[in-house]
Design a protein around this ligand. Structure first.
Ligand code: PLP
Length: 496
C-alpha cells in the first residue's frame, strides 16, 4: 500500500470520518420532516455559497471536506425524501438504499462482464427476475439496470427495431433497411413522455415518425384511432414497427388498455412496449389486476426503481420477454475482450445487452430493499400511496374553491377556482392563476408539487411515491393551496 498517495486513507481514519458522516446523515434523516422542503435558492445565491474558488492546487483534509460538503447539501437542497415532497415523479429514498450505495461503491464491481463482477452480476440478474415476478411478467425474461426510465425506454426501442425490421439494420443502416419504403413509424398516446421524441430523433427516424394517437375521454389511447392510423400508414408505404402503451402516464397516471394494444400488435406484427417507468410496480396489487391486464403480453417493459420502489437515484430497469432480443440489438465482440475464458456455464456479460460498457452496481440498492420489505411490504407501501392520493382527492372534491381534475394511481391533479371569475377568458385566467400558485408553492418550502396540463387546463399536480407521507401532510397541502390562492386574489385585481 502506498501510504504517500494523496487519496489514500488509513483504516482508522476511514472509520473515524465514516462514522462521523453516518452520524450526520442519521441526524439529517431524523430532522427531515421539520425542515423546509426546499430552500429555493437562485443559481447566483448557490454559487455565492459555494465560493468562486479555482481548482485547488494542493489538497486538504478529508474530514473537513466531508463535514462541510454534508452541511452545504443538508442546508441548501431540495429534499425529495421530505414527507411533503410530491413533485414530478421522484421518490423518497430508502435508508437501506443509501447504505447500499456506500457498499456498492466500496466493492466497485464493473458489472459489464461476469468475470469482473461475479456476485454483482448474479445479484443484478436475480433483481431483474424479482421485478418481473413482482409485476406478473415472465420471470424467464431478460433485462438489465440502466440510469432511469428514459434509458430503459430507449433500450426497449432499439430491441424492438432490431427485432421487427427484417434486414440487418445495425449493419446496413436505416436508409438501406427501408428498402424503398417511406419510413419506419411508431405509435403512442398523446402525452407520452419525451423519451419517445429523444428516441425518434437520436436513432435517426426524426420525430415526424411518431404517430401521436388521440385520447379517449378517459385519457387513454384511442385504440380505434390507433388501428386506423396503422392501416393508413401501411397503405401509404410506411413500415410500422412499434406501439408504446403507458402503464401510468407521466402527466396523470393513466393506464392504457394494454390488452387491446397487445392484440393490435399481434395482428400487425408490431413490437409491444410498455412504459411502466412510474406505474408498473402497482401491477403487484391484486386489486389493480384488471387495470394492468395485458401487461404480461408486452415484448418489453420499462420500470423505474427510483420511482415507486423508492430506490435512491439512479435506477431504471428494462425487461424484455426474451434476453436474446437485447443481445441481438447490442452485442459486438471486440478482440480485446476475454470474458468467457473456459467457463462451462456461459456467463451473462451485461455490456452485450445494453448501451453501457463499464457499468456500476445499480441493482444492489434495489435488491436489498426488496429483501427488507418483501413483496408484501412493497404492496402495502404502494397501496398506502394510492390510498393517500384518494384521501387527498376526496378532500379536494369536498373543499370549496378547489376542483378535482384527475386521480389515477397515486397522481392527483386539481385547480384552485375562486368564487368570482372574470366574465371573459375564464380558462385563460384560471391557467395563469394556477401557474402563479404553483410558482409560490415551489419556492415556499412548505410543500413541493408540480403541474399537469389536462385538456388545456393548467392543473396543480402531485404524485405520491413517498413512504414518509401521512394524511396530515396532505391536509397541509390543501391549506397552503387555499392560502396562496387567496393571497394572490387579494394582492391582484382580476385580470382578463
Ligand atoms: C419518469 C418517467 C420517464 C422518464 O424516466 P427517468 O427516470 O426520468 O429517465 C418515462 N416515462 C414515464 C411514464 C415516466 O413516469
Amino acid at each position: 500500500m502506498n501510504d504517500h498517495s494523496p487519496l489514500n486513507m488509513d483504516p482508522s481514519e476511514f472509520k473515524r470520518i465514516g462514522h462521523q458522516l453516518v452520524d450526520q446523515i442519521a441526524s439529517f434523516l431524523e430532522e427531515l420532516p421539520s425542515k423546509k422542503v426546499t430552500s429555493a435558492l437562485r443559481p447566483g445565491e448557490v454559487q455565492q455559497l459555494l465560493g468562486f474558488n479555482a481548482l485547488p492546487e494542493y489538497g486538504s483534509d478529508a474530514e473537513s471536506i466531508l463535514t462541510t460538503s454534508a452541511q452545504l447539501l443538508f442546508d441548501h437542497s431540495l429534499f425529495n425524501g421530505h414527507p411533503r415532497f410530491w413533485g414530478y415523479i421522484t421518490s423518497s429514498a430508502t435508508p437501506i438504499g443509501v447504505l447500499s450505495e456506500l457498499l456498492a461503491a466500496s466493492v466497485n464491481p464493473n458489472v459489464g462482464a461476469f468475470i469482473l463482477s461475479p456476485m454483482a452480476t448474479e445479484i443484478e440478474r436475480q433483481t431483474v427476475q424479482w421485478l418481473a415476478e413482482m409485476i406478473g411478467y415472465t420471470p424467464t425474461c431478460g433485462g438489465l439496470f440502466v440510469s432511469g426510465g428514459n434509458m430503459a425506454n430507449l433500450v426497449g426501442f432499439l430491441a424492438a427495431r432490431r427485432h421487427i425490421v427484417q434486414q440487418d439494420i445495425r449493419k446496413i443502416g436505416l436508409a438501406d433497411a427501408l428498402n424503398g419504403k417511406r419510413g419506419f413509424t411508431l405509435y403512442c398516446a398523446q402525452g407520452t413522455h419525451t423519451w419517445i421524441n429523444k428516441a425518434a430523433d437520436l436513432f435517426g427516424h426524426g420525430t415526424d415518425a411518431i404517430r401521436w394517437i388521440e385520447l379517449t375521454d378517459k385519457e387513454q389511447i384511442d385504440v380505434t384511432k390507433l388501428e386506423d392510423t396503422i392501416e393508413s400508414d401501411l397503405k401509404m408505404g410506411y413500415v410500422p414497427f412499434l406501439v408504446v402503451g403507458n402503464a401510468g402516464s407521466v402527466g396523470t397516471g393513466v393506464i392504457d388498455p394494454l390488452q387491446e394494444l397487445a392484440a393490435i400488435c399481434k395482428k400487425y406484427n408490431l413490437w409491444f412496449h410498455v412504459d411502466g417507468a412510474y406505474g408498473a410496480p402497482a401491477a403487484a396489487l391484486p386489486e389493480l389486476a384488471a387495470s394492468f391486464k395485458g401487461l404480461s403480453l408486452a415484448d418489453s417493459i420499462a420500470l423505474d426503481p427510483h420511482k415507486w420502489l423508492y430506490a435512491p437515484l439512479e435506477a431504471g430497469c428494462i425487461l424484455v420477454r426474451d434476453a436474446k432480443h437485447l443481445h441481438d440489438a447490442f452485442t459486438f465482440n471486440p478482440d480485446y475482450y476475454n470474458f468467457d475464458g473456459d467457463l462451462t456455464d456461459k456467463p451473462v456479460n451485461f455490456h452485450e445487452y445494453g448501451m453501457q460498457n463499464s457499468r456500476g452496481f445499480r441493482a444492489l440498492k434495489v435488491w436489498t430493499a426488496l429483501r427488507q420489505a418483501g413483496r408484501s411490504g412493497y404492496i402495502s407501501m404502494i397501496r398506502k400511496d394510492i390510498e393517500l392520493a384518494r384521501y387527498l382527492a376526496e378532500r379536494i372534491a369536498s373543499t370549496p374553491r378547489l376542483e378535482l381534475v384527475t386521480v389515477n394511481l397515486s397522481i392527483v391533479s386539481f385547480r384552485f377556482i375562486p368564487e368570482v371569475l372574470p366574465l371573459e377568458n375564464k380558462e385563460k385566467y384560471l391557467n395563469t392563476l394556477n401557474e402563479k400558485i404553483l410558482n409560490r408553492l415551489q419556492t415556499g418550502g412548505q410543500v413541493f408539487i408540480s403541474n399537469a396540463v389536462v385538456k388545456g387546463r393548467y392543473c396543480l399536480r402531485m404524485c405520491i411515491v413517498n413512504f414518509r407521507t401521512t394524511q396530515s401532510d396532505l391536509d397541509v397541502l390543501v391549506r397552503v393551496v387555499l392560502e396562496e390562492g387567496d393571497k394572490l386574489l387579494h394582492s391582484q385585481p382580476l385580470e382578463n
